[in-house]
Design a protein. Structure first.
Length: 225
């Protein structure tokens, strides 16, 4: 309830408010504000995009993000993730800094982010909190530019997984498909000087997809995995 008996004092006030303690605190606040202003000016034209709260259909333990982005020379993006344990949110974990043009900044992961909730393994958030279960997450994308160009994010997606179940008994399969050599299209990851040595998964996937496209069916590919 709002009180109606409070009287607003007329100016000037009768008591002294510019005391020594107030003036000292104001001076300290002024210094900190000036420092913050200087730091803010050093940030190269940053824009931040934050997703809504995304509810997962499973209780997940690992998450990796991927994106389609255009980063002209002088620009780059940074992807972050926060997980929710019930009503509590974790800190923002950095899943990596990315740019198509390496002359301004090189793509890289951010080390030493681990805490009681989880850690980042190169570009994957791994939750280690055994007492709580994550049921939602948020994505944050930071856009940077050192010139008038602007990075553009066309798509953001995530893949998350839970703890793998115990493997069951594998079926013997169709023996009629055994001992066959498939003419898989040949691709080499080593023709790319920047990162090709670690691109084994997408290279192998492209070869399998290429074979499936040629055959027109996934049955043979699945049986030969």
């Amino acid at each position: 309830m709002i009180s109606t008996d409070h009287k607003i004092q007329q100016l000037p006030l009768q008591q002294e408010i510019e005391s020594r303690a107030v003036l000292k605190a104001a001076a300290a606040a002024h210094r900190r504000l000036a420092k913050l202003k200087g730091v803010a000016r050093s940030i190269p034209n940053e824009t931040i995009l934050i997703s809504r709260e995304i509810h997962a259909r499973i209780d997940w333990t690992e998450l990796i993000a991927s994106w389609n982005a255009d980063t002209p020379a002088g620009t780059w993006i940074e992807t972050q993730i926060s997980a929710r344990f019930g009503s509590r949110w974790t800190k923002w974990y950095n899943l990596g800094v990315w740019a198509a043009d390496p002359t301004t900044i090189e793509r890289h992961s951010v080390n030493l982010q681990g805490d009681g909730d989880g850690f980042v393994a190169v570009d994957t958030l791994v939750l280690t909190n055994k007492k709580e279960t994550a049921d939602a997450f948020q994505l944050k994308v930071r856009l940077f530019s050192v010139n008038t160009a602007t990075p553009t994010v066309r798509n953001m997606s995530v893949a998350f997984s839970t703890t793998a179940g115990k493997p069951g008994t594998l079926p013997t399969g169709d023996s009629g498909l055994w001992n066959k050599t498939l003419d898989v299209p040949q691709c080499s990851q080593m023709v790319y000087p920047d990162g090709g040595e670690v691109w084994c998964s997408p290279t192998s996937t492209s070869m399998v997809i290429g074979l499936a496209t040629t055959i027109g069916t996934m049955r043979v590919v699945k049986s030969s995995h």
